[in-house]
Write a protein that binds this ligand. Structure first.
Ligand code: NIG
Ligand code: FE
Length: 412
């Protein structure tokens, strides 16, 4: 199967060699070709270049992209897309003055979603989750990470992970799975956190590993949730089973989670709304990708990750949605790219780099997606006719995505 896209107004994020990620000043550059073609063969990017050199051979399909921009599909490296029901009522509670922490202290928040998920069947959970997955693919996402963490019992954590596994089997997009049983302390363990940690480490982890249900391990390392010491225990146990850390840190407080993640060679550390200089310094010259989740800052009204300060200090940065019912009920990466530009003062080039190649790295997929590179999967998105790529973040809230292609095939 050979497909050619012709007359592409601008082909973005072309990288002749497979880079891992971009840091600091490198993020300002977004290499492109205007008036371009792209050839896809058996799902992989086989050739690209200027229309002046457009190949004349025979193709199974020719797609005319006049006026439209083609770029790698979004790489969303942090989501909780598998969940049951929603938390609309808490949204109204927050409008009426309660904070996210107030709601959690009253037994709501993550525990509310856990209660809902525990009484939802695996089949129903799959049905609810697939609707969200299909929606985000249409919005341009071509690779995604999904976490457990709303089960909080052995049975329900496994139920979530099985749903993620089924999504992987049924959908062509790249999906990575993360084990996040240390998301909140279940009511049943209210006065016995060590027992819950033991349940995770000795009860659940071996089962997750045995069935190969996750690539990554996560902890909500935060005041009132799991301490740095708890995080250490979980990451150490995960390491024994080959699970690489991708952890929630510095959402509300900076307590040393950044340093703990780096100590364990975390692939990414995510949230980072509260960053001290020592946290920024600790990230220098590491292979750990910092990930900002501006949808959460927007929705909860908390500070945005100090992207400018971090990028100016030479660090890389990835952007993800954090799609979840409590702090970011949207999986729309276009909105994330917009918000990063509008609220975090990232340039469109920086934001697009953060949402493609750096996002791919943050889920271990930089060798297969995230840039227009020969041999990578043709997971790409085609915009509607637009003036320039800057319009994507500029005119926020408008859907500029016409089609998403996964391995070169249009997703209907
Ligand atoms: O990344 N902060 C921890 N976990 C999620 C929110 C979970 C929830 O409120 O349901 C997050 O923001
Ligand atoms: Fe999250």
């Amino acid at each position: 199967m050979k497909t050619i896209f012709i007359n592409i107004k601008e082909l973005l994020q072309i990288r002749s060699s497979k880079i891992s990620f971009l840091s600091g000043k490198e993020m300002r550059e977004l290499p492109s070709i205007k008036d371009a073609f792209l050839v896809v063969e058996n799902g992989l990017i086989a050739d690209y270049g200027s229309m002046n050199n457009c190949p004349k051979g025979t193709f199974n399909k020719t797609i005319n992209a006049t006026g439209k921009i083609l770029l790698p599909a979004w790489c969303d490296s942090h989501t909780h897309l598998v969940y049951a029901g929603n938390r609309e009522h808490e949204f109204v509670d927050r409008i009426n003055g309660l904070s996210y922490e107030d709601i959690a202290k009253k037994g709501g928040g993550i525990l509310n979603s856990a209660k809902e998920l525990q009484k939802t069947s695996g089949e129903e959970l799959y049905q609810q989750s697939k609707v969200r997955l299909e929606e985000v693919i249409k919005q341009g996402t071509g690779a995604i990470e999904i976490k457990s963490g709303y089960g909080l019992t052995t049975e329900s954590e496994l139920k979530m992970l099985h749903v993620i596994k089924r999504l992987k089997e049924e959908y062509p997009i790249e999906i990575k799975s993360t084990f996040l049983a240390a998301h909140a302390l279940p009511k049943a363990f209210k006065n016995n956190k060590p027992k819950y940690l033991e349940t995770i480490i000795e009860g659940l982890l071996p089962l997750v590993a045995e069935e190969n249900l996750a690539e990554y391990i996560d902890v909500f390392c935060e005041t009132g949730y799991f301490s740095v010491k708890d995080t250490d225990l979980i990451l150490r146990a995960g390491k024994k089973y080959g699970l690489i850390p991708k952890i929630h840190v510095n959402q509300f407080t900076s307590i040393g989670g950044v340093q703990k993640g780096i100590e364990y060679n975390a692939l990414s550390i995510d949230h980072l709304e509260e960053m001290r200089d020592i946290d920024i310094d600790a990230l220098q010259n590491t292979k750990t990708m910092p990930v900002a989740l501006p949808g959460c800052s927007f929705f909860l009204g908390i500070p945005y990750t100090p992207a400018r300060k971090m990028i100016n200090a030479g660090l890389p940065l990835a952007l993800a949605t954090d799609y979840n019912p409590g702090s970011s009920p949207s999986g729309n990466m276009n909105f994330i790219v917009s918000t990063a530009c509008i609220k975090m003062k990232m340039t469109p080039e920086e934001a697009i780099n953060a949402a493609t190649i750096n996002g791919a790295y943050a889920m271990g997929l930089e060798k297969s997606v995230g840039s227009i590179t020969i041999g990578k999967k043709a997971n790409v998105l085609l915009t509607k006719p637009i003036n320039s790529y800057g319009v994507i973040p500029y005119s926020f809230g408008t859907n500029h995505i016409e089609k998403t292609f996964i391995k070169g095939i249009e997703v209907k």
